[in-house]
Design a protein around this ligand. Structure first.
Ligand code: CDP
Length: 226
């Protein structure tokens, strides 16, 4: 069966990664969380006090950052920063509060997109993010753009964080995802945009299983297409 590229973009916390992980598992594809890459860069910048207005420091820092993805014993993909598993650290609010400004930096985006292209060169990839269907893989056979009501997104993110051991109040989550969406949608470099040929799925009133079924159905139709 031919392999395809599946690009899933959309606003913060609207179920992109949950869908992408499950769809990748069904097809035996690799799942790449591009947001994790921007989060790991943000962690490095914070830990090394890199100012986001200092281009020299940014270029030097990027040359010192090595990112890789590894699948753990439970079949989950985790991100490593310079050999250390940072999957848990990058999900903290401290990173969520700083990641969007870091993601506006052109040099950061260029470095990440170069790596993303390498990861997708043999296809058989589900990648989620903000610019996957528009900039990273404009040639992707299937492009999706997920949306959901802000209250539902915030509640889902609160549950996710709770499962990871952090109790964060709903208002802080709403403030964070609203602010990230604002910065991500209005930045100059690769803003969050629905690609013209992306299919929009509103996940507000559907379950994860329904969401996954719909994407699998669409992917099969693309795989079968000559
Ligand atoms: O999972 P969640 O929706 O919270 O966000 P994420 O996918 O982990 O992405 C975190 C942040 O990284 C976003 O708010 C964007 O600022 C940035 N990002 C980006 O600029 N481009 C991407 N392809 C993916 C993420």
């Amino acid at each position: 069966m031919r392999k395809i590229l599946i690009a899933i973009d959309g606003y913060s916390a609207c179920g992109k990664s949950t869908t992408a992980k499950k769809v990748a598992a069904i097809f035996g594809y690799q799942y790449i969380d591009s947001g994790a890459m921007y989060r790991a860069v943000t962690l490095f910048f914070l830990n090394h006090h890199i100012s986001i207005t200092n281009p020299k420091a940014i270029t030097k820092a990027l040359s010192e950052i090595h990112l890789s993805f590894h699948v753990n014993l439970h079949g989950q993909t985790e991100i490593f920063l310079n050999g250390a598993n940072v999957e848990k650290k990058i999900r903290k609010m401290r990173i969520s509060e700083n990641v969007s400004p870091v993601s506006t930096i052109r040099e950061v985006r260029q470095a990440m997109v170069t790596q993303q292209h390498k990861l997708g060169k043999d296809k058989g990839i589900v990648m989620d993010g903000r610019d996957i269907g528009t900039v990273v893989f404009p040639e992707a056979e299937l492009k999706l753009f997920l949306t959901a009501d802000i209250q539902v997104r915030a509640w889902r993110r609160q549950q996710e964080l709770l499962e990871k051991g952090s109790l964060i109040d709903l208002d802080s989550i709403i403030t964070n995802i609203t602010e990230r969406d604002r910065i991500d949608s209005s930045r100059k470099e690769s803003p969050l945009l629905k690609a013209d040929d992306a299919l929009e799925i509103d996940t507000t009133h559907i379950t994860i299983d329904e969401q996954v079924d719909e994407v699998v159905r669409l992917a099969v139709s693309r795989i079968m297409k000559k």
